[in-house]
Structure formats: C-alpha cells, structure tokens
Design a protein around this ligand. Structure first.
Ligand SMILES: *Cc1c(COP(=O)(O)O)cnc(C)c1O
Length: 372
C-alpha cells in the first residue's frame, strides 16, 4: 500500500460538479475582482468565527501583514510571537518594520507559552501574535489577560485552525482583536491557489483593512492610506464558498482520524515509544496536522519512506535560528523547547479522506519500526 501524506483528489471528486458550476457563474459574470463572491464568503466566515467583519485577502501571509499594517505597527515596535511556526508568522512582523520577539512554546501544545511571554514585554511591545499550531488554539485566556494588562493587541495566526475552539467554545480567529486565515490548498479550507482572510469585530479596523487591501482607497483614486494589492479573487471566493459548506464534515473526519490513530497506537503500547498528540476534550482541535514526537525521528522517517508512507517535518528549523533572522541575535539554546520539538516532531497523514486501512497501515509500520 502507498499512503500519501496529503491527497486532494478524493475531496475534489466530491465537490467537482458544484465547483464547476460556481466557476462557470463567475466566468459568465466576467467580474473577477471584489464582487459578490468575495462579499459572500466574507459574511459566511465572519459568522462562522463569531465576529462582525471579515476581509478577504490574497494569502495567509498577506492577512498577517495587513493586520499589522492596520494597527500601524512598524519600525520601533516589538511584536511577541513563537519561533515554532511557519516563516510567514515572524516574516510578516519583520516586513512591517517591527521586531519579532520570540518566546518559547509549551511542549505539549506546541503553542506560545504565555508565562514566558509576560517576561518579554517592554515599553516597545505593541502586540502578541500567537499561532494556533496544527489546529489547536494557543492558551488564549492567559494571552488575553496579558494583553489587557499591558494594552497589547492580540493578532491570531489561525492559518492552520479554521473552526478550532478554545476551552470556552470561542472560535479561532475570533478571540483576539484580529484573526488571520490562509486558504492555501493544504489548509483545512483550501482554495485552488492562494487566498486568505482577516476577521475582526472592530468596525474601524475592518474599514482600514478593506482600504489597505485595495491600495488604501475607499473612494476610487483617492488614497488615504498607503496600501497595496492584497485582494482575494472572485474565482477563489466562489470555490471557497462551495468548499466551506463541507468544512465541518471534513474537520470531523480529521478529528476521527486522530482518535483512530490514538486508539490504534495505544492498543500496541506505542504511546510509550512515541509521544502522541493530545486529543483535548473541552477544546476543538481541528488537526490540520497530526504530529507525534520521537527522539528517533530521522530513523523513523526513513523507515516510513521505505514503506511509501507520506510524512513531513513541521518544523525542522525554529525561526530564531533561521538565517534571515540572524540580525535579531538569537543563538542555539535560546529556545530549548522549540529546538527539541524541531528535532523530534513528525507529521503523519491525517487528511479527511484517509481510509481506516491506510491508518492501520501507518500504525503497523510504526509498530514494525519499534519491533525491529
Ligand atoms: C500557511 C501558514 C501561513 C501562511 O499562509 P499562506 O496562505 O501560505 O500565505 C501563515 N502562518 C501559518 C502558521 C501557516 O501555517
């Protein structure tokens, strides 16, 4: 058997006709930029996240950059974030002109440790940017408390976490001041290309974001702000609207896959050999990735390779050690928990259409690896 790490084809087969019709509708209208499709998906995502406003943008990366721009964060400012994430998180902070300040993670959640964050707040800190990594919310209540005490904005990087809920049932993206989503094809809600969204319940930030994504203009050819072209296409919006109707079903399949892995690994006693991800009871972890940990990561990875089982490493190099952030002056040993995670983390296939026999095949392979 071959188990791909990710397979979009099965999902596409289920929505192919509906998407075909939606695309034809856009073709027939010949309206490609900022039209009814974008407005519709914005309304649906806003409602889904429990916020009043959503602004469709060109990618998750651009969502983060726009959120920072809307708050007028730039040179001289500091933004606290995690080093254990995709480059776009801290990359956007640096591109805004502000300085990323890294804070190590909680070892079981893989998300920013709010207690460590408290120690890194200075008079230059403007915002805290937690990442809901792999689909599980960061500890938002502690982060919010910290933000209120120090008058900081909370920007959520919810790129991997659409539909996730914290222990109070609050939806990812709608908990902080601003929430950022990505519709990159492998995210839980993925388009046919790039796309993203910023959500907020602050109407004045929403209108700033709306202006900024379209060259800082709310009246044609009058530019009150310096923005750019950060727009979501009508075509992507039409596709996302169709796929969005299936999001909760697909998410439940991901959660079920995680539960199946958990039961199968425990049946074999493998939880003593690899550290399994938590399946929280009160929170909704949407499992964009199912990440196990083991000190034998490299050997296990080669073994899975030989059995044609797709897998990946998120993330092999934490951001404080990336060459592009050398100027920040971090060194190895500064973020020990993230550095350890970078050596041990291994993502297994978890996509919604993964079959039970594929899941069993993956678990059998891990068992065979440890039985050798
Ligand atoms: C995917 C991702 C992004 C960037 O999204 P794009 O749409 O690819 O630009 C940002 N942050 C995290 C945590 C991501 O996983």
């Amino acid at each position: 058997m071959r188990v791909p790490f990710f397979d979009l084809k099965a999902q596409y087969a289920a929505v192919r006709d509906e998407i075909g019709r939606a695309i034809t509708e856009v073709y027939d209208s010949q309206q490609f930029i900022l039209g009814p499709q974008v407005r519709r998906i914005e309304q649906e995502i806003a409602r889904y996240c429990g916020v009043s406003h959503a602004v469709g943008v060109s990618s998750g990366t651009d969502a983060l950059l726009l959120a920072l721009m809307a708050l007028d964060i730039g040179p001289g400012d500091e933004v606290i974030t995690t080093p254990y994430t995709f480059i776009a998180t801290a990359g956007s902070i640096a591109r805004s002109g502000a300085r990323p300040v890294f804070v190590d993670i909680d070892p079981t959640r893989f998300t920013i440790d709010p207690w460590l964050a408290a120690d890194r707040i200075t008079e230059r800190t403007r915002a805290i940017l937690p990442v809901h990594l792999f689909g599980r919310c960061a500890e938002m209540e502690s982060i919010r408390t910290l933000a209120v005490q120090h008058r900081l904005a909370v920007i959520e990087d919810a790129a991997q976490a659409i539909g996730a809920e914290d222990e109070y049932g609050r939806r990812a993206g709608g908990i902080g001041l601003l929430g950022c989503f990505s519709f990159y094809p492998t995210k839980n809600l993925g388009g046919f290309g790039d796309g993203g969204m910023v959500v907020t319940s602050d109407p004045s930030l929403a209108s700033t974001l709306t202006a900024l994504r379209n060259h800082g203009s709310s009246t044609k050819y009058l530019h009150t702000l310096l923005g750019g072209n950060f727009r979501l296409d009508e075509l992507q919006a039409a596709i996302l609207t169709i796929k969005f109707q299936y999001l909760d079903r697909w998410t439940e399949q991901r959660i079920n896959n995680a539960k199946q892995y958990d039961a199968l690994f425990r049946n074999e006693g493998l939880e003593r050999r690899i550290q399994l991800p938590d399946i929280p009871k009160k929170e909704r972890h949407v499992f964009n990735q199912y990440v196990v940990r083991t000190p034998e990561r490299e050997a296990l990875s080669h073994f899975l390779e030989s059995r044609e089982i797709g897998h990946d490493v998120y993330y092999p190099v934490p951001l404080h050690l990336q060459p592009c952030f050398e100027y920040l002056g971090y060194k190895e040993g500064d973020m020990p928990i993230s550095e350890q995670a970078a050596k041990e983390a291994l993502a297994l296939p978890i996509y919604p259409d993964l079959t039970s026999s594929m899941l069993e095949y993956v678990v059998d392979a891990v068992k065979a690896f440890y039985g050798q």
